[in-house]
Design a protein around this ligand. Sequence first.
Ligand SMILES: *[C@@H]1O[C@H](CO)[C@@H](O)[C@H](O)[C@H]1NC(C)=O
Ligand SMILES: *[C@@H]1O[C@H](CO)[C@@H](O)[C@H](O)[C@H]1NC(C)=O
Ligand SMILES: *[C@@H]1O[C@H](CO)[C@@H](O)[C@H](O)[C@H]1NC(C)=O
Length: 283
Amino acid sequence: MLKRGTLFLTRDMIKIILSVLTQWRVVQWMFLHLMVSDTCSVVTVNQPRVLAAALGHDALMPCQLSLSRKLVTPPVLYWIYLVDDKELAKVWKPNENYVDRVDILDSDPLSLNKSILLKNVQWDDSGKYQCKLSVTTETDERFREKGNGTLLMIYDTPIFTLTGHNNTMLQCEVNVTSEPGFVLSIFTDGHKSQTVNSSSRNHSAALPYITLSETILWRSTEKYECQLHLNEDLITKSTFYHHLSTEPDAEVYPEPWSLYVSLLLVPVVILLALLMAMLIHRR
Ligand SMILES: *[C@@H]1O[C@H](CO)[C@@H](O)[C@H](O)[C@H]1NC(C)=O
Ligand SMILES: *[C@@H]1O[C@H](CO)[C@@H](O)[C@H](O)[C@H]1NC(C)=O
Ligand SMILES: *[C@@H]1O[C@H](CO)[C@@H](O)[C@H](O)[C@H]1NC(C)=O
């Protein structure tokens, strides 16, 4: 009796264990399936969060599509210019304001690189640019996905000159768009002397830019460099060479005495020749 009971219990236990195992496998399978189908359906549109462009130059705005299924038809691409997260203009396909200003960089329609080039960047172009795609895959599913948008920030060429009374001060000045992130610094012999950043400036509504300016006492023996950073990235720099702005008359050319002498010799020789001729004629 005891033996049979034990056997019965063991069978029951095996049944329970088996059912638990199968249930667990179902759960596992469902979990895996969900994960896989989730990654399959996700289309991601990658854009850099922020980008700096020089005023009057061209800005390359990257947009890279990644998806796990094969593309069968070219994705439909849109680039949107946003102000306060509201659509203000269609940059691609370009509306009338952008028609000669925007180029798509990879002309292959099936390419996943959807970067554009915005030409001759002006102050008004600062703002957010969003890359959006509509994708149809092999299984005829359609996905619409948008990137997080790139904030385009613009800067002008920094001016690094001597100022103040008797040119005793060295000033670096640059105009930039007003969003925080730009930092201007002057380096003296490789050491950072002073910095100013765009978040500390009040924005006057009349101008599309703010001016960052740094002034330090100038010594002719030191080497100076002015750098503009956007967050951690070096955007542009300019070096100050003091010999360009001081002693402008240091380079004096020597007088060309030999030239003067040779020029003088010509009339003297002619005069002598005439005199000789006259003397010979008299005789
Ligand atoms: C967009 O932003 C969200 C939230 O900030 C982030 O979770 C996501 O990874 C970003 N997407 C891309 C493609 O960078
Ligand atoms: C996309 O194309 C542009 C222009 O050809 C190129 O500069 C950029 O590196 C490309 N991006 C990637 C991720 O390959
Ligand atoms: C600058 O020049 C003025 C005369 O123009 C002179 O009086 C003054 O002392 C100078 N200052 C310095 C710091 O050299």
